[in-house]
Design a protein around this ligand. Sequence first.
Ligand SMILES: Cc1cc2nc3c(=O)[nH]c(=O)nc-3n(C[C@H](O)[C@H](O)[C@H](O)COP(=O)(O)OP(=O)(O)OC[C@H]3O[C@@H](n4cnc5c(N)ncnc54)[C@H](O)[C@@H]3O)c2cc1C
Length: 329
Amino acid sequence: MTSSTSDAVNTVNENVAVVAAVPAPASVTNAVADTVSVVEQPRIDALFEQHRPLLSFEFFPPKDGAGSELLFRAIDELKPLHPDFVSITRTGVGTQPTLDLTHRVQNELGIRAMAHLTCVHHTPDEMGDALDCLWERGVRNVLALRGDLPPGQAAPQAGDSGFRYATDLVPFVRQRHDFCVGVAGYPEGHPQCLNVTRDIEYLNQKVDAGASFVITQLFFDNADFYRWRDAVQAMGVTVPIVAGIMPILSVAQTKRFVGMCGAKIPHPLLLKLESLESDPLSVHAAGVEHAISQCEELLANGVSGLHFYTLNRSKATVLITQELKLERQ
Ligand SMILES: Cc1cc2nc3c(=O)[nH]c(=O)nc-3n(C[C@H](O)[C@H](O)[C@H](O)COP(=O)(O)OP(=O)(O)OC[C@H]3O[C@@H](n4cnc5c(N)ncnc54)[C@H](O)[C@@H]3O)c2cc1C
């Protein structure tokens, strides 16, 4: 437990309502209290009505005590930037750590939180239980995802679960409770999509099914984002589109992520990174520099929000956000 984490317990802003008290989450280490107040934070879709770009950070549930220390240190350092929301991913170990960390971030640390839920590995009963748990804990925002298929499986098998695609999950979430639902978008196409236009048609279906906003996969070339956003909007999608930004922290890690998610590194950036590869500090600085110029241009071109894939680290995101003067009051 870090001291500033415990200091932050119950420091919520005045725009929220305390609705109940529930047991503190057990499966996330560093739990600080036996019970915590449940705080209902305003929905993310209401924030877009303020017509300013939103700022958000993504974290993943830690695997162990050391990971937990890193995570809560990162949150301590990023909280003063007053993000509009943070999101908590669903990892390979299951949904419960996501539910618990989302609860903790929102109800103990007082930061509006959104849970990522993937459906392809779960039955409708399991998804319903997860949604009920979030709702009872005052969480009102969900990123509805299909999730990755097991290696070697090209398409979800009918009958594996009640869900094959995110288009099946979005209406399920909306019907269960009055959640604000976000969905994923892919400026360079989803790795399994056969055709980018078809991919955008499915994105359109997710929005028609009740999604209020889109967060994109990471990308490094804004031209890909603009081309894709134009095509999405030409298809009639009018919901806000938030750009996913991953500050480059190391060359090897970035190459690994890019390989997994199907994004590409622009050639000049790749050459620069490879020339610096033996000097981690210079790679970090080059990553920050690239993200700043990427974000400056996106903001100048009317992006609805910047969502930082923090990888549970704070330094690069703090530097970028301060340079962009995006801190909230
Ligand atoms: C912002 C963001 C956050 C993420 N967070 C997580 C996370 O926390 N945990 C995690 O495990 N993964 C996460 N992912 C990765 C995501 O789970 C994978 O990319 C997954 O393979 C697809 O999920 P999706 O919701 O985009 O799928 P879908 O929208 O269902 O699309 C998946 C594929 O199926 C196609 N498709 C969609 N609908 C249909 C349909 N009705 N019929 C036929 N084909 C269809 C699409 O073209 C696409 O190729 C995230 C991705 C993004 C961009």
